[in-house]
Write a new protein. Structure first.
Length: 230
């Protein structure tokens, strides 16, 4: 690969890491669905607050992941969480992908209806690919030209840690309680840290159990605090 080609790939990284049309549609769609589910039984005046909070939570998480992916010379694509298999055997798969990112929030809202704003908050996942530019590096974090589980785990962890950081900031600046930003952010991190399927927690768990345990401990402490307050 020529030097000018490497430079070209480097200059295009910002464009590749921006949200594409498909990602925007997924984010907007699931934001509306979650806002509707959470607002069932709530005052109409809170609809805008909840909608804004959910959108900001997703935006914070995705932006952090995009930034880390940028510095790892890779790109991620956000998509709706889908389950394609229900077992380990070759024939144990759905004919069509199961839209878990939409179905799970609905099921949880029905099961936990008495709890006002509690529902499944992990409807989006991401796929990561290394860039051609990355293949030119062979040192430090770039020992492997392809993305390793460790690198993928770092990207996933960055999103969750960003959400936790903004929980602290929201508490310090005393956001309006009608937004439920802190509670929703904690629920979001709790469901995303679960080591299951394509969720962030699974990516972090297989990259570093220590890192996963550390983040999980923080989330559980935060969750218990939120439950006590509620």
């Amino acid at each position: 690969m020529k030097f000018k080609d490497i430079k070209l790939y480097k200059n295009k990284k910002t464009l590749d890491n921006m949200l594409n049309k498909k990602e925007i549609i997924s984010i907007v769609l699931i934001t509306i669905i979650l806002s509707f589910l959470i607002n069932i039984g709530q005052e109409i005046s809170k609809v805008g607050y909840i909608l804004l909070s959910i959108f900001c939570i997703f935006l914070i998480n995705i932006t952090a992941k995009k930034i880390i992916a940028y510095y790892l010379d890779s790109k991620i694509e956000i998509k709706l969480w889908e389950i394609k298999r229900y077992g380990f055997m070759a024939h144990q798969h759905f004919k069509k992908s199961f839209p878990a990112g939409i179905i799970f929030p609905i099921i949880f809202r029905i099961l936990f209806f008495p709890f006002s704003i509690f529902t499944w908050m992990a409807p989006l996942v991401f796929e990561v690919k290394s860039k051609t530019y990355r293949a030119a590096k062979r040192f430090g974090l770039y020992t492997f030209s392809e993305m390793s589980e460790y690198h993928i785990g770092l990207i996933a962890a960055a999103g969750i840690m960003a959400n936790l950081l903004f929980v602290v900031l929201a508490y310090l600046i005393n956001l309006p309680p009608e937004m439920h930003f802190i509670e929703l952010s904690i629920f979001f991190t709790f469901f995303n840290i679960l080591p299951f399927s394509d969720l962030d927690g699974n990516k972090i768990f297989f990259s570093s159990i220590v890192l996963w345990s550390f983040i999980t401990a923080i989330i559980l402490i935060s969750l218990i605090s939120v439950i006590i307050v509620i």
